[in-house]
Design a binder for this molecule. Structure first.
Ligand SMILES: Nc1nc2c(ncn2[C@@H]2O[C@H](COP(=O)(O)OP(=O)(O)OP(=O)(O)O)[C@@H](O)[C@H]2O)c(=O)[nH]1
Length: 413
């Protein structure tokens, strides 16, 4: 990724280059004037340009027109606050107008570039029956490089969400035929949590209670029409930042920090939730509890870091073998579990025994060389009158038998 900084002050261009390369994996070209910017723009493709307005050979912001004509997103970083110029440039389609006030302005600009990079993979659905309004919102979102999908009422929005479950943000108007904004949000929230999909409500209605009602019905935020560009972008960015933050918190709470498979808490919550349905439907569930053999010897002989490498590789192989259809979790230390929803104990035994043999026959490559790692496994099925703990206790007994039987074995409880 290449970024162009057009800036005659060496101090500012050095700061921007430093912050941008720190924030992103990118190459930064600096042009100190319009003439050199023209040459660089002719020679390279840029992801974004960060430009000053007042250059030694062009004091009227000519650089902005040049950058926008090449369809390159343009962030203006200027020393002069001119409200009229600012709104003229925003109308022209710049991404943002940032005043060089202090170091936060430069940090903000670098973060904005990182968000633009992230936005390229973020899908936003705009539900509004007014085509003019939809197109206006689309143009604002596209300035920030989002992927935009439109729907002209609530029902169309629901269909679009069904076809595109990876949509991250829904921006919805209130008054729409067939299904209005509230109806849409209520239906959407039946399927998508706040962690999965963010919603911003919009309305030009003067009813002051609308914003609170939108939020109480499940929206993350609300915007009164007409709004200014910057407020729109700030709210969209804040909402998506909050979504990212929630995703990070969710990962910290549910994923194992070392191996990135699910943790014990996730596994318990998932199956405590699933067991009543499995019981009601007379469904099948089995699980395999496994423990790497003589793992202490790996740590003692090669060091804790090599032990970690083995755990990471073991989890990778487990994921590769099972996570497409089943649930893989690390319970702690060198103990892992796989939940086989829909599989009988005989079938999961066969899969786990094949995994055990593959472990034995394919050494793990570590920084201290190849190590042959074996695993002992206890398998059990789910009796419809028990809880997750009961099932795990029986799997633990089977695992103990596998260890007692000489290790590198799969045993059924
Ligand atoms: N490297 C590393 N070691 C860990 C981690 N968590 C636990 N351990 C180590 O795992 C080892 C577990 O050893 P033991 O419970 O004695 O079992 P074992 O050596 O695998 O022997 P058996 O299970 O009887 O085959 C201990 O040395 C722990 O310190 C971890 O996250 N990383």
């Amino acid at each position: 990724m290449r970024i162009l900084v057009v800036e005659d002050s060496q101090v500012v261009s050095r700061v921007m280059r430093h912050l941008l390369t720190q924030e992103l994996n990118c190459d930064v070209d600096v042009a100190p004037d319009l003439a050199s910017a023209k040459i660089l723009l002719a020679e390279n493709d840029y992801f974004v340009a960060v430009t000053d307005l007042n250059l030694p050979d062009a004091q009227e912001g000519e650089i902005v027109k040049l950058v926008l004509a090449k369809q390159i997103p343009c962030i203006v970083l200027t020393g002069s606050w001119d409200p009229q110029e600012r709104s003229r440039l925003l109308q022209l389609g710049i991404v943002d107008y940032v005043l060089k006030e202090n170091r936060f302005s430069y940090e903000y600009t670098a973060k904005l570039v990182r968000r633009l990079q992230r936005n390229q993979s973020v899908k936003v659905l705009v539900a509004d029956d007014s085509m003019v309004s939809r197109k206006f919102i689309r143009s604002l979102l596209e300035q920030h490089l989002f992927q935009v999908i439109e729907a002209d009422d609530g029902i169309a929005a629901l269909d679009t969400l069904k076809e595109n479950p990876d949509i991250k943000l829904l921006i919805t108007d209130y008054n729409m035929p067939r299904l209005d904004g509230f109806g849409l949000i209520i239906k959407v929230r039946e399927q998508f949590s706040r962690e999965e999909l963010a919603i911003i409500g919009l309305s030009s209605d003067s009813d002051e209670s609308l914003s609170a009602r939108f939020i109480k019905n499940g929206a993350n935020d609300f915007l009164q029409k007409p709004f200014v560009h910057e407020e729109f972008h700030c709210r969209v960015l804040n909402t998506l930042d909050a979504l990212d933050m929630m995703a990070k918190l969710w990962e910290q709470a549910n994923l194992d920090y070392l191996t990135n498979v699910f943790n014990r808490r996730y596994f318990f919550n998932l199956y405590e939730e699933k067991l009543p349905t499995i019981t009601r439907n007379q469904g099948t569930l089995s699980l395999g509890l496994m423990d790497i053999d003589f793992f202490k010897k790996v740590n003692d002989g090669y060091g804790h870091d090599v032990g970690d490498e083995v755990l990471v590789e073991f989890a990778k192989r487990l994921k590769h073998s099972f996570s497409q259809h089943f649930t893989v979790a690390r319970f702690g230390g060198e103990e892992f579990v796989v939940g086989f929803k829909g599989l009988s104990v005989e079938k999961s035994f066969a899969l786990l025994d094949r995994f055990r043999m593959q472990m034995e026959s394919t050494p793990v490559m570590t920084t201290k060389g190849e190590l042959t790692i074996t695993v002992s496994i206890g398998v059990t099925n789910f009796n419809h009158d028990e809880n997750v703990d009961g099932m795990l206790q029986r799997a633990d007994v089977a695992l103990y038998e596998a260890k007692e039987g000489g290790r590198n074995l799969v045993s059924i409880a």
